[in-house]
Design a protein around this ligand. Sequence first.
Ligand SMILES: C[S@@+](CC[C@H](N)C(=O)[O-])C[C@H]1O[C@@H](n2cnc3c(N)ncnc32)[C@H](O)[C@@H]1O
Length: 466
Amino acid sequence: MPTYSMTDALRAADQAAQDIEAFLRARPETIRVTNVEADPAYQQMDVDLIWETQRATYKVEIKGDRLGHRTGNFFFETHSNRERGTPGCFLYSEADLLFYYFIETGKLYILPLPAARAWFLARQQDFEERATRTPIGKGVGEKSKTYTTVGRLVPVERVLKEIPEAWHARLAAPDARPFLKWAGGKRQLLPQIMAALPDGLATGKITQYVEPFVGSGAVFFRLNRQFSFSRIILADQNPQLIFAWRTIQGDVEALITRLAAMEQAYFALDPRGQRQYFYETRAAFNTGLDPAPAARTAQLIFLNRTCYNGLFRVNAGGQFNVPFGRYKNPTICDEANLRAASTALAGVELRHADFDQCRDAIDARTFVYLDPPYRPLSATASFNAYDKNGFDDAAQIRLAGFFREMDNRGARLMLSNSDPHNLSPDDHFFDDLYRGYRIQRVPASRNINSNPLKRGPITELLITNY
Ligand SMILES: C[S@@+](CC[C@H](N)C(=O)[O-])C[C@H]1O[C@@H](n2cnc3c(N)ncnc32)[C@H](O)[C@@H]1O
């Protein structure tokens, strides 16, 4: 049975109350928010806030949860102190609304309490029971006392589906960045992308996000920090890449342990030893002998951080073949960012798939960002060998067909690609393919070319259907 300290619980409650009060005060319909946590009359009813709006006044109970986001479950309390026989606040609270807040991810779910309780009581046997113990501290010479809280794990998705008045918002989000350097990574293009987003993101009309060519996820991490989605799908055709995303999502602590050990071993070596360590790791990665996900992903991140130009490239046989990079002090294990990335991935669907296999999820409430391998500006200039399948003009044409179909469904779409006009002003490949859509030419400095002379200012295409 897990044990949490009393201070943990109090800190979680404080943080939740602060974030939620700020959220409510900023809402246009709010007239007043009053914190009544210290008022004994409200304590008895288990009410924390009074929220007065233009439409009604609500009694609000707040629940701050530090851990549930990892499992995708609410914890609905049935006994708050089993030793004393006190029922769970979920059962007796007189609040109108339950504000259930996953503190680490900043996700807030607003549930109509009487309706959610009735729904739960009618089917509580469906849900797994859990107990947690909280120590209450001890007096001199006394044995430490604990009390036990009992509740059931109820899947968030099921509640949202079956209780239509439930809604959700994002209050604060983990400040995560890409955990890999990736050819074509969109960090540098983020300002232009952010300036061209569809309105529905800010108004809440768009509730789903799909990124079929996720790569290192620069755009996902940025959007996830600002907007709340009820469903997110990230996909890529590169199997090793999606494997790494899955490890970060589900096994981040084991990954950190492995990667920190590799970092330590690497920095203890002289330059010759480091080079040898790199090639040994590359060979181990390519033979795939270590099947543990954490070990394979640690190898991938290590290689990405220490290889030439921070690339991920495989040859025709699917083998990672980038040489050693000789960086002075590469950051190999960025623990805080790996944890933040894992938190950002809670509840996200990861698919190892061709872009076309994301179509099932796309509808009129979806924003889709498409960042395919760029069409080479000339036969040799560009890098697009992310995996052994490549992405040729026929694939670009297939993607334009997908874009048109998803446009017909009413989804909001944004696509980036290289601009053939940089080298050949008469090459209208994309202007023809995306005729009728909005095509912006935005300045970009790409740095995938290892020859600095070829890293001049160029434009890239941002194509949207809105
Ligand atoms: C330009 S990169 C995306 C970079 C990403 N926006 C970022 O910020 O890192 C293109 C990605 O498309 C993936 N890819 C290539 N062909 C694909 C296909 N047919 N379906 C889905 N993904 C594909 C590659 O593995 C690569 O990760």
